[in-house]
Design a protein around this ligand. Structure first.
Ligand code: FAD
Length: 464
C-alpha cells in the first residue's frame, strides 16, 4: 500500500468513486478513475435518477476529511424535519431532532458529483476517463477491460489494485461472482414498490411554493409521496407506489386522467402545485428499489467493492450515499493506522475494512427497510406522533441522555450503524410498549418519563 509506488484503478466515478479518488490522491496514490457515462459536467443528466438526496452527518464527516465541507455546504438546503401532509391536507412539522443544530440537507446529486469530480481532477495525480464501460476484470493482474461508448473500441487499464465503485448493478461485483474459489455470496431483494420522480416547479418569482426547509411527506399507508427542495425554487417529488397491488399501482396508472384521479384522491394539496404531473409521470422512468448484500468485498487484496457496489440499500433512511461516503472514512482510518508501515499488504487493509464495515452495512440496509414502513404508515399514526413528540422533548431537555433511533443513525456519526440499530430498535419497542400501556401519560415529569424509557430499553436490550 505504499502510496508512492501504487497505481490505483477506480471503476465508477459516481458519488463514492469520485470522493475516493480525491481522498486517495490526497494520500499520495496515483489514480485512474474510469466512468461508463459521459462527463456529467458537460451533458444534461437523464431524468429519473434521484435528482436530489438527503445529505447528513456521516457524509459531512467524509467531506471534512477531504477538506471540501465548506464548498459542499454551499450546495445544501437545510431540512429541519418532516412536513407531514395528512389526507385532509393539514400539515405539521415533525422535527428530526430536539436539538436545533441537528438537521439534514437536500443536495443535488449532479451538483455534488460535479464538485467531487472537479476536486479530484484538480489533483495532479488523478486522471479521469469517461464513456468507458467496464466489461470484465482480471483480478489476478488487477486489469480491467473497457469498451468506449462512442468508438466501441476496447482497451485495458491496469493498476496495483482495483476499487469497484460502480454502483448497485456493479460489473466488478458480477465479475467477482464468477470466481469460484472466492466463495463469493450475493443476494438481491427487490421491493414490490417502485418509484417515479415528479416535480413541483418554483413560483414565478423563483421562490419555493411549499415550505422550503423540510422534507415533505404524504404518508398514505401502502404508498407515499415525498418532496425535497432544490436551489432553483422547485421541489423534486418522488412517488413510491406498488407495482401491482392495491387500487392504484404502476400497472394500472396508464392514462393522464387516471394519474390525476389518483393524485386528486390521495394527494390533492400536492396536485395543486404540480402542473406538469402527467408529463413528468409519462416521461420519467419508473425505478426499482432493492437491497444488495454480498461478501467478501475483496479478492486477495487485488480488488475491493465500496459504496452501492458492495451494499445497495433502499432509500428510506436517506443513508445510501452517506454510508458510501462513510466507507471512505473507514478506509481512511485504517490507512492512517498503517501509514508508518507502507509495506502493509492491501489484503490486510481490506480484511480489516471488511471486518469493521460489513456489520454496519447490513445494519443500515435493515434500518432502511424499517423506515420504509415508518414513513408510509407510521408517520400518520397518532401513537407514532406521540412517540416522536416525547422523543423530541427528551432530546431538547436531555440531549446527552437520550437519542432517538433517527438521531443515532443520522446525527451521531461516531456511533456505528450496527449499534444505532440495536439501541434504536430496543428504544422504539420500549417506548411503544409504555405508550400502549399508558405509562407515559399522567402527571409524571419529563425526567421521570425518561427514566422509565431508559429502564424499559435496558430490559429490551437484555432480551436481545
Ligand atoms: P452510484 O452513485 O450509482 O455511482 C456508480 C457510478 O458507476 C455511476 O457513475 C455509473 O455510471 C458508474 N458505472 C456503473 N457501471 C459501470 C461500468 N460498467 N463501468 C464504468 N462505470 C460504471 N442516498 C442518500 O444518502 N440519501 C438519499 O436521500 C438518497 N435518496 C435516494 C433516492 C433514490 C430514488 C435512490 C435510487 C437512491 C437514493 N440514495 C440516497 C442512494 C444513493 O443514490 C446511493 O447510495 C449512491 O448513489 C451510491 O453511490 P455510488 O457511487 O456507490 O453509486
Amino acid at each position: 500500500m505504499n502510496p508512492e509506488k501504487n497505481q490505483i484503478l477506480i471503476i465508477g466515478a459516481g458519488l463514492c468513486g469520485s470522493l475516493l479518488a480525491l481522498r486517495l490522491a490526497q494520500r499520495g496514490y496515483s489514480i485512474i478513475l474510469i466512468e461508463k457515462r459521459p462527463d456529467l459536467r458537460k451533458t444534461t443528466l437523464a431524468a429519473g435518477r434521484s435528482i436530489n438526496l438527503a445529505f447528513s452527518d456521516r457524509g459531512i464527516k467524509a467531506m471534512k476529511r477531504a477538506g471540501i465541507d465548506e464548498k459542499v455546504e454551499k450546495l445544501c438546503i437545510p431540512m429541519n424535519g418532516r412536513m407531514i401532509h395528512d389526507k385532509e391536507s393539514n400539515t405539521f412539522l415533525s422535527p428530526y431532532s430536539g436539538k436545533k443544530d441537528e438537521y439534514i440537507n437536500s443536495i443535488s446529486r449532479s451538483g455534488l458529483n460535479a464538485l467531487l469530480l472537479d476536486e479530484a481532477e484538480n489533483m495532479p495525480n488523478v486522471s479521469i476517463e469517461f464513456n468507458q464501460n467496464c466489461l470484465s476484470v482480471d483480478f489476478e493482474n488487477a486489469t480491467a477491460i473497457f469498451e468506449d461508448f462512442n468508438t466501441k473500441n476496447k482497451s485495458a487499464f491496469q493498476g496495483d489494485v482495483i476499487f469497484g465503485t460502480d454502483g448497485a448493478g456493479s460489473a466488478v461485483r458480477q465479475n467477482m461472482e464468477q470466481i469460484k474459489e472466492s466463495a463469493f455470496q450475493v443476494s438481491q431483494e427487490f421491493l414490490n414498490h417502485g418509484y417515479k420522480e415528479l416535480s413541483i416547479p418554483a413560483a414565478k418569482n423563483g421562490t419555493h411554493q411549499i415550505y422550503k426547509n423540510a422534507l415533505h411527506i404524504w404518508p398514505r399507508g401502502e404508498n407515499m409521496v415525498i418532496a425535497l427542495p432544490n436551489m432553483d425554487g422547485s421541489f423534486t417529488v418522488t412517488l413510491f407506489l406498488s407495482f401491482h397491488s392495491g387500487e392504484y399501482n404502476f400497472d394500472n396508472l396508464k392514462t393522464p386522467e387516471k394519474v390525476r384521479e389518483y393524485f386528486e384522491k390521495f394527494y390533492p394539496d400536492a396536485l395543486k402545485e404540480m402542473p406538469t404531473l402527467a408529463e413528468d409521470f409519462f416521461n420519467n422512468p419508473t425505478g426499482e428499489l432493492g437491497t444488495v448484500k454480498c461478501f467478501p468485498w475483496q479478492i486477495n487484496g487485488k480488488s475491493l467493492l465500496m459504496g452501492d457496489a458492495a451494499h445497495a440499500i433502499v432509500p428510506f433512511y436517506g443513508q445510501g450515499m452517506n454510508a458510501s461516503f462513510e466507507d471512505i472514512t473507514v478506509l481512511d482510518d485504517i490507512l492512517n493506522k498503517y501509514k508508518n508501515d507502507p509495506k502493509t499488504p492491501w489484503e490486510k487493509i481490506f480484511s480489516e475494512y471488511e471486518n469493521i464495515r460489513k456489520k454496519d452495512a447490513d445494519a443500515i440496509a435493515d434500518l432502511a427497510l424499517d423506515n420504509f414502513h415508518e414513513m408510509k404508515e407510521a408517520t400518520a399514526d397518532p401513537v407514532f406522533q406521540q412517540k416522536r413528540k416525547l422523543e423530541t422533548a427528551f432530546e431538547q431537555e436531555f440531549p446527552d441522555e437520550y437519542s432517538s433511533k433517527y438521531r443515532l443513525v443520522t446525527f451521531q456519526e461516531e456511533i456505528p450503524y450496527s449499534e444505532a440499530k440495536k439501541k434504536g430498535r430496543a428504544q422504539d419497542v420500549a417506548m411503544l410498549k409504555l405508550i400502549a400501556e399508558r405509562k407515559l401519560s399522567g402527571n409524571l415529569s419529563l425526567k421521570e418519563k425518561l427514566e422509565m424509557v431508559k429502564k424499559e430499553t435496558e430490559l429490551k436490550l437484555n432480551e436481545q
